[in-house]
Design a protein around this ligand. Structure first.
Ligand code: PLP
Length: 351
């Protein structure tokens, strides 16, 4: 703290990202990155963009990218908003659509950036407890609210809420915005994008960081009624005209266009997840059902922090949250088959 700080800065509690270690001989299973490289067409598009045009600003509207996302999801370009990672899209969403006089609702165990944005933008919130089995019960969200947000599949639990339940939630909640953060939807769920036509208060947020192996490029987007998108554009235009640089736009377009690579790599992750879940359960772990590219697991006989430390000695990093209800769990990202095997062998040894 220092006397030059604005008072609001004193009270902020920033998000703690998972560690990005400098050593590169580690098996990194702590931040849900995709273990497979991005599409070769992405790399080509990036290379094509490196040249003298970098002296020029990028398209402030990233129109090509909006068109590519609109084509992929069968919506209109005006129904798409793009940003510098979905974290930025989320930030604008909190400010543009979730800040009202009423508190917003999200689960007690969820993406830990949500309370951080509430702090930044001074938005009241109520945490709705997940069920005993860590599931979202939509009946618990029937409170007057300023908005509702949760990831589907939820993070860090991996549990999926079926699309029909999201439809039912929207039927019952027509007076505030419902945001579905679909960072992991491609690993086992059905997107809520088709519901956008029926519900002008639904915003679906996605990212290229996980299922398209582009965490380093920082591209996320939102799909919703054009009225919601306009609010996001107003905040974006008051914050940064060029959140996506030329490389990001070119790479993201190529990623959305390479459907084969997308299908192959996401199915590979799903297959590895099924294998890993069987092996972990053979080692005595309790595993929450996962539709994501990670699993949340707990060993009934071993302390989670201790297990994480033992794995780290063996050069494998996983994520441990010091948080009520899940402090005895570890979140493990699905790696390549050989990384998954290394994880299982190390666990076998330390157990
Ligand atoms: C990873 C993640 C994001 C953020 O992704 P970006 O890299 O900022 O696009 C958003 N929501 C959830 C639930 C995530 O796990």
């Amino acid at each position: 703290m220092n006397k030059f700080w604005s008072p609001a800065v004193r009270d902020l509690t920033p998000y703690t990202p998972g560690e990005q270690p400098r050593l590169n001989d580690l098996i990194k299973l702590n931040t849900n990155e995709n273990p497979y490289p991005p599409s070769p067409r992405v790399l080509e598009a990036l290379q094509g963009e490196i040249g003298e045009t970098l002296r020029l600003y990028p398209d402030p509207d990233a129109e090509r990218l909006k068109q590519a996302a609109a084509r992929f999801y069968g919506v209109e370009t005006q129904q798409v908003f793009v940003g510098n990672g979905s974290d930025e899209v989320l930030a604008h969403t909190f400010q543009a659509l979730l800040k009202h006089d009423l508190p917003i609702l999200f689960p007690d165990i969820t993406y830990s950036f949500y309370p951080v944005y509430c702090g930044l933008y001074a938005i009241e919130h109520i945490c709705i407890p997940l069920s005993e089995r860590f599931e979202i019960r939509i009946g618990d969200y029937r409170l007057t609210n300023g908005g509702i947000i949760f990831p589907n599949p939820n993070a860090p639990t991996g549990c999926l809420l079926p699309l029909a339940e999201i439809g039912a939630l929207l039927e019952n909640n027509t007076e505030s915005v419902v945001v579905i953060d679909e960072a992991y939807i491609d690993f086992g769920g059905e997107t809520a994008v088709p519901l956008v036509k029926r519900f002008p208060n639904l915003l679906v947020i996605q990212t290229l960081s996980k299922s398209r192996s582009l965490a380093g490029l920082r591209v996320g987007f939102a799909i919703g009624d054009a009225g919601l998108i306009e609010a996001l554009e107003r905040v974006k235009g008051s914050f940064n005209s060029y959140p996506l640089d030329r490389l990001a736009i070119a790479g993201a377009v190529a990623a959305l266009e390479d459907r084969d690579h997308f299908e192959r790599t996401r199915l590979a992750v799903v297959r590895s997840r099924e294998w890993l879940m069987r092996e972990l359960s053979g080692l005595g772990f309790e595993i929450l059902p996962s539709s994501a590219n990670f699993v949340l697991v707990r060993h009934p006989l071993r302390d989670a922090a201790e297990l994480a430390a033992l794995l780290r000695q063996r050069k494998i990093i996983v994520r441990h949250f010091r948080q009520p209800r899940i402090e005895q769990f570890l979140r493990m990202t699905i790696g390549t088959d050989s990384q998954c095997r290394a994880l299982v062998e190390s666990l076998r040894a330390v157990l």
